[in-house]
Design a protein around this ligand. Sequence first.
Ligand code: NAP
Ligand code: MG
Length: 498
Amino acid sequence: MSSIVKTDMQKWMDKTEVSSYQNFINGKWVSSSSGETYALYHSANYEQTIGEFPKSTKEDVDQAVKAAHTAFKAWTATPGPERGAILNEFANLLEKNKEEMAFRLSAEQGKPLNESLGEVGRAVKEARYGAGEAFRIEGETLPGERGNVWNSTIRQSTGVIAAIAPWNFPVVTPVRKIIPALAFGCTVVYKPASVTPWTSILLMELLSEAGVPAGVVNLIIGSGSEAGNPLIEHPLVKGISFTGSSELGKKINGSAGQRLVKTQLELGGKNPAVVLDYKNPQEVAAQIVSAAFACSGQRCTSISRVVVTKDKKEELTKALVEETKKLVVGPAWQEDANVGPLINKSHLESVQGYVKSAKEEGARLLYGGEILKEGEFASGAYMVPAIFDQVSPEMKVAKEEIFGPVLIVLEVEDAKEALEVANGVQYGLAAAIFTDQLQEAFQFAEQAEAGMVHVNHGTASAAHLPFGGIKQSGAGAFSIGHTNIEFYTNVKSVYFQY
Ligand code: NAP
Ligand code: MG
């Protein structure tokens, strides 16, 4: 990417008016009934205000859900190919507006501009796949028990979907929920994380421009407790697609269970990379470091544990440190930066708590970990990515999700112990293995307790494969891939006698 784009981001920020944004309900921009707003600041420049955003309440949520409920009847009756055409148009508009979307994303979230452009590009791809789902709402025809009976199943839209997202991927996460929901004939009320609402304003504008009718998609901005909670508890909501922490996911499942409402939960992870053998340690280290520290380690699928056999440990660890040293920490618009700030200071404190606890429990800090405060770093939550070795599986840092740039190295005797350690946590999202031995690779693919396994491949997912986790990492139908049909539709069995 040219440096002009990066310079332009700041120029563009400077000339962008600080506006007061609203909720999007029934095709209109409306203020919150609370009359209250909060200010959002640039994540790498606390002096720059991005805008004022509504502090929404239960009343706003109620209006939005009712609008989605009313719009459902006509939208679900719209032929799939027609819905798909509108959603394809949205994908085209998103692609056309990718720079502005990436600028907003970097400003509110902090990730380097090329990562933001990557996220928007990925959202375009997922939107295209999702739009195609509108053509693939298939049922089955089965033999009847008697000669004059046809048996078939059809798929019908679930209804109003509550979509709730965290702050790490504020563009691709809502696209991943909204587009398949609409493709399968559902309507949506979306609540972004209150720290990353700016991109969602543009998403609504583009959806509307593409021809999504009023009420089919609605946006409510506000906190989890004031806006999120009434949304997941609303009696007209028929499905909840939630991405966030495991703790909250379990709470949401509990409350949804009371009403027998469907959930699709994408939760935390503690993803291992098992390393058994390789031709070139540097190549493996580069893949691991990139999967560990992209988005400053604030990815649910970040590699956060390296599990390596004794014979390779020293060589690999050295390579990991060398690769990590090549990373440049800096603000989004800096030409060579590839690690941005953490989302905010309170999250930085939480990550630093793990750095401290690792040291206290006897792990050895091999590299990084320090907070950066001087000069430009003062107006963002920056730290140097950290690598620890001499970590044992019982340590807090080896068990809990850190959600920041901290990578730990666990040493094991052999492949058998590696699998045990890899599986020995409460999470089961993504897992990687590096080996040229087919047998080890297949065994791991089969036995790793994870929703997604990567062989000689970092933990990056594709825009059309099922995405999700097991154990404490998720529940309900996987997203992204065709598995979404299980969440966004219900089955109906039909018997025809002739
Ligand atoms: P979080 O604290 O669980 O929040 C997620 C969303 O839920 C936010 O929009 C939040 O709103 C909202 N919320 C909070 N309380 C709520 C309530 N009582 N009812 C309804 N909604 C409520 O997660 P986070 O800190 O934003 O994100 C980090 C977590 O997300 C990590 O655990 C990470 O692993 C997980 N994650 C998982 C995936 C995946 O696909 N598996 C992807 C990305 C992230 P406010 O923040 O506005 O209060
Ligand atoms: Mg949180």
